[in-house]
Design a protein around this ligand. Structure first.
Ligand SMILES: [Zn+2]
Length: 143
């Protein structure tokens, strides 16, 4: 039987992504403290033959804080969202996004934010699946 790769569990993947960002941010490099990490969470083919992709996104940023427990007065935060995008050429409604309204400190347990992203990714996957069943925009072939 041929080897069939299986996509990693999105919760595990996102938790790893947050831990990697935390590790990089600990050296206080400003370019590392800000940014968006993207983990692929799904790929669908539309009836028109185009691709719909789903991504789990982790946004890292830094905010001034006057809370006493925040070292050097800046709190590093993690915000999460899930995005689906249809890449069909001329697709009339190619974008779907679901954002979580809250945030987590970067130093927090990475599993909490990773847990919270699962239902967002699920909604993006459902949108992608439904969109793929009816979208007839073809993939852009460069001509
Ligand atoms: Zn489409």
């Amino acid at each position: 039987m041929p080897y069939i790769p299986t996509a990693p569990d999105i919760k595990t993947k996102v938790a790893d992504t947050i831990r990697a960002r935390r590790k990089k941010a600990s050296d206080l490099n400003a370019y590392i403290r800000f940014g968006t990490d993207r983990d692929e969470a799904g790929r669908y083919t539309t009836v028109g033959g185009a691709l719909v992709t789903v991504e789990a996104r982790v946004h890292s940023s830094e905010h001034r804080s006057w809370a006493g427990n925040v070292p050097n007065g800046y709190e590093q935060r993690v915000e999460i969202s899930a995005v689906a995008k249809c890449h069909g050429n001329g697709c009339p409604s190619p974008d779907f996004m679901k954002e979580h309204s809250g945030y987590w400190p970067l130093d927090d347990d990475a599993d909490k934010a990773a847990d919270a992203i699962v239902p967002l990714v699920q909604q993006a996957r459902e949108w992608a699946q439904k969109h793929a069943e009816k979208c007839r925009a073809q993939a852009y072939d460069g001509r």
